[in-house]
Design a protein around this ligand. Structure first.
Ligand SMILES: [Zn+2]
Length: 136
């Protein structure tokens, strides 16, 4: 086997795609030829780098990464809960103020209700204008 024929088969040889006789021929040539031996070594390095790159590109999620993600999700949920609590507190405050205003205005109206004042004065007038109640 010459270098040209060997070089064409080196990749297939590394990938284990050759028939047993081809495999033996290429292996024997690489062992005896520095140029093809170094080419085979280069291919092996490239294959290793590609495998490492593939592993780097799709890493298994580590515990710390999952933990950080869970914390971020919990924080988002907490922010949502907090804003809901704020909305609920605001609604309760508005409700209490509205209720207080309602009670305050109704009691204030009762105090200064002119018809009630008038009727009260009318009752007093009737009481005082009743001659039976007056002492001579
Ligand atoms: Zn060679």
């Amino acid at each position: 086997m010459d270098c040209n024929a060997c070089e064409k088969l080196i990749k297939a040889w590394l990938d284990g795609e050759l028939t047993p006789p081809q495999k033996e021929q290429v292996g024997r040539h690489i062992a005896s030829c520095d140029a093809c031996g170094s080419t085979a070594a280069d291919y092996q390095e490239i294959a290793k780098a590609v495998r490492a790159f593939g592993k780097e590109r799709a890493p298994l999620p580590s515990v710390s990464v999952l933990e950080a993600k869970a914390k971020a999700m919990a924080r988002e949920e907490w922010i949502m809960v907090r804003s809901l609590q704020r909305v609920a507190a605001l609604a309760a405050a508005v409700f209490l103020v509205a209720l207080g205003t309602l009670f305050w205005s109704s009691s204030t109206h009762r105090q200064i209700d002119p018809t009630q004042v008038a009727s009260r004065e009318g009752v007093i007038d009737i009481l005082f204008s009743n001659s039976d109640w007056e002492e001579d």
